[in-house]
Design a protein around this ligand. Structure first.
Ligand code: PLP
Length: 368
């Protein structure tokens, strides 16, 4: 048996006629950049996220950058986030001209620890970017409470949490701005790069719309120095088709997470916890294990493919050495670093594949 880490071919087989037809329509209409397919998707995605606006962007990284720019965050400003995230969260802050400042995470949720947040806020702090890591929402209420008290903005990095709920409400609409990635392997993935900004604020939406298109709302008339961060027509069309399946796919991921829990019960493997305020959508099924590198090799020999999200936290990455952080600054984040392991997770994963994966894990620890 082979168990891929993700299997986009399996997903495509379930929606092939719809996807082929949607792509073919865009090609016939030659609306390759923005256009009706993107506008239609923006409407349905805003409705899905329970927000007033959704703006299609060419990647999740650009979505974060556009959000920061729309909030006029730049040179001399600080933006707080966590170090256990994909580097894009910090890169967007840096590209906006601001300085990323990290706070530690909670052991249970792997998300920003609100109790450590206030100490990181300075006079220069302009925004906080909690990341809904692995598909589980960060504990937003205390984060927003601190932000409101200090008069700073909260931007949700929802790149891994399409359809996740915090206290019954969709991510992306819980703070001032939400940012999504539609990288192909995401719970809602394009057939190329893609992203979106969501917001209930008309002024922010209007500015992001202009910034993604060279600071313009009328061709060749430019109000701001913007960028080219437009979503392509084909991606809009693909995303509209896939959005209709998202809840079903998220339910399947949750079912798969339960099966992993069932089959890993009684082993040394620590399975993820679902926080009482959260509906997790398991973009990543992240467990904690001992002897990780040997286990990864063993599983590979057995044709089971895993991943690590993320092997090095951002404050210890070479690219960010100039910030002056050192080992020991974020003990919870660093404590996870050598133990976290992402097991195969996607909607089409079968019970047989999960059983096989967990049997292989058990075999490894019996031998060890
Ligand atoms: C938490 C997080 N933020 C931002 C991004 C950036 O998104 P993209 O790859 O679409 O630029 C990603 C993508 O992996 C992500 O996981």
């Amino acid at each position: 048996m082979k168990v891929n880490f993700v299997d986009l071919k399996a997903q495509y087989q379930t929606i092939k006629p719809e996807i082929d037809n949607a792509i073919s329509n865009v090609i016939s209409n030659t609306a390759f950049v923005l256009g009706k397919a993107v506008a239609d998707f923006e409407k349905s995605f805003a409705s899905y996220c329970e927000t007033k606006h959704a703006i299609g962007i060419n990647s999740g990284t650009s979505a974060l950058l556009m959000a920061l720019k729309a909030l006029q965050i730049g040179e001399g400003d600080e933006v707080i986030t966590t170090a256990n995230t994909f580097i894009a969260t910090a890169e967007a802050i840096s590209y906006a001209g601001a300085k990323p400042v990290f706070v530690d995470i909670e052991e249970k949720s792997y998300n920003m620890d609100p109790s450590k947040l206030e100490k990181a806020v300075t006079k220069k702090t302009k925004a906080i970017i909690p990341v809904h890591l692995y598909g589980q929402p960060a504990d937003l209420d205390p984060i927003i409470e601190i932000a409101e008290k200090k008069g700073i903005s909260v931007i949700e990095d929802s790149a891994q949490a399409h359809g996740a709920l915090y206290k019954g409400k969709k991510t992306g609409g819980l703070a001032k701005v939400g940012c999504f990635s539609f990288y192909p392997g995401k719970n809602l993935g394009a057939y190329g790069e893609g992203g979106a900004v969501t917001t209930n604020h008309d002024d922010i939406a209007q500015k992001v719309r202009m910034l993604r298109d060279h600071g313009s709302s009328k061709k060749f008339y430019h109000e701001y120095i913007g960028n080219n961060c437009r979503l392509e027509g084909i991606q809009g069309a693909v995303l509209s088709v896939k959005l209709k399946h998202l809840d079903g796919w998220n339910d399947a991921r949750r079912k798969n997470a339960d099966l992993y829990r069932k089959y890993l019960k009684g082993t040394m493997v620590k399975v993820p916890e679902e926080m009482p305020y959260a509906k997790h959508v398991y973009h990543v099924f992240c467990v904690r294990v001992k002897d990780r590198e040997k286990l990864i090799d063993f599983l590979k020999q057995k044709n089971v493919y895993t991943n690590i999200h993320y092997p090095i936290p951002i404050h210890l990455q070479n690219a960010y050495s100039f910030l002056g952080y050192k080992k020991g600054d974020f003990p919870v984040t660093e404590g996870c670093m050598d133990e976290i392991l992402s097991l195969p997770m996607f909607a089409e994963l079968t019970e047989e594949q999960i059983k096989y994966t967990t049997d292989c894990i058990k075999e490894f620890y019996q031998k060890a």
